[in-house]
Design a protein around this ligand. Sequence first.
Ligand code: AVJ
Length: 322
Amino acid sequence: HTSSPSISEQAMAQLADERFLSDSLAGLKQSPKQLPCKYFYDQRGSQLFDQICETEDYYLTRTETAIMQRYAGEMGKCLGEGVMLVEFGSGSSIKTRYLLDHLIDPVAYVPVDISREHLRASAGQISGDYPNIKVHPVCADFTKPFSLPNPKRRPSHDAVYFPGSTIGNFQPSQAKQLLASIAHMCGEQGGLLIGIDLRKDREILERAYNDDQGITAEFNLNLLHRMRKELGATLDVNAFEHHAFYNAEKGRIEIYLRSQIDQTIRLDGQTVHVEAGELIHTEYSHKYTIDGFAQMAADVGWTLRRWWTDENDYFAVLHLVV
Ligand code: AVJ
């Protein structure tokens, strides 16, 4: 069902706006300049991301979906009976359906996402399609503390589902912190089912972030359109181009916006100068080995129980326990 936003939701939307402004200003004043990738996901950005997932070049989503389709039965058993499943960065919740199909007597499904409208729509669809599962959407930035709902029936334990290689957006130190806070959130019997993109040939990786339809470029540039529309920024968006490459030493894709001209960005009464050829960093996408990831997780208390991968070893889904 749909309802008009309550006062507090409007207030929260405004607070979110202010963070977008202060984070953007702070990032543009740094050297090198940067903008946080979490702001990619307004309604248009979320749509563009869904389109990226359907391209031939972006192998991640279809590979992970195939892993879920094939092994969700085993995963459901691993997560155990009476679980409250909390999904980080739920987006369209497509892969989750395979898991929901195989959970054993789940207490609740809690999709957590920063994109309010997208969350509302997909949570509505899930609760329509799964009448036996209680759906409690939470609109939150999962990198900040947020509270979980308290379902009437007590879950036997909580498990976090963190698909999509979203953890790859974080630098290893932040990823570790996030893994630590997930362990804290789930507590003693807690579980984590996480999707990670694996290291592979440069060509395959770089093609995934430079799709030949230019959708990834649009997705990246949408951040600047958002700054104009929502924050009233003045800048020449058309003079920016998408730039993405694999840094093999760091094991990550690096994504930037490059200005082809000298220009001045005006934002909230302040000015930021951008030189011709200058890069504004927008995103990292870290690639892991299963061992490397398990080691990082072990440092903050997780034990790798099982993992599943595709026949090319492009992507892996890991089950870890506290
Ligand atoms: C949603 C973070 C997994 O890093 O592959 C896709 C985002 N950026 N194309 C990724 C993204 C450019 C994506 N994650």
